[in-house]
Design a protein around this ligand. Sequence first.
Ligand code: TZP
Ligand code: MG
Length: 215
Amino acid sequence: MSLDLPKVYPITDTHLSGLSHAQQVLRLIEGGATLIQLRDKHATPRELYREAAAALQVARAHRARLIINDRIDLALALKADGVHLGQTDVPVMAARGLLGEDAIIGFSTHNTRQAQLATSLPIDYIAFGPVFPTSTKENPDPVAGLAALSEVRAIIQSLPLVAIGGITCANLWETLNSGADSLAVINAVLAEPGQISENTRKMLNLAFKRPTIEG
Ligand code: TZP
Ligand code: MG
């Protein structure tokens, strides 16, 4: 299993953007996103089913992949591209059994121990963070920092690594240089709803211009 992750992996947030998930997905795709996570901690299951179905339709029409945060039931019912699970969600093994081999399963970790344990799970990528302070997540885990991100990179070897939490254009290069394959972002791309496509494009372009440590 080796997932080829795009450098920028946006996550939707209806409160922050004031837009539906489908509207956000369209704007993110227009900015170049090819892998997007639908995350909603507030909608009812019924609302979320409808919203996710609409967002998935937009993603499919543009050949982008849509991963559902937390909700294995919705991912299964809607045949989404995968699910992103946290430490207290349905166990990864159970999710893999339900979704099958082809689904993308991502798993959140917040410290090196969790990352180590995650290496034995049937997952396609590990997310690690918050790397930097974030005001987007309610009750975030302690800020882990770039040194811990580098440690995780070493621990998980070639398993794809997504960094998350407080990532912006200002810290994007150092985050990639610390071992992240991909950057999951909310605020950096959604905080200005009129600029979602532009800000996504800007981050993707910057990521491609990254100077490597070796030079
Ligand atoms: N998990 C760890 S930090 C975070 C999540 C969902 C929020 C990331 O949002 P932002 O705005 O990119 O800091
Ligand atoms: Mg979760």
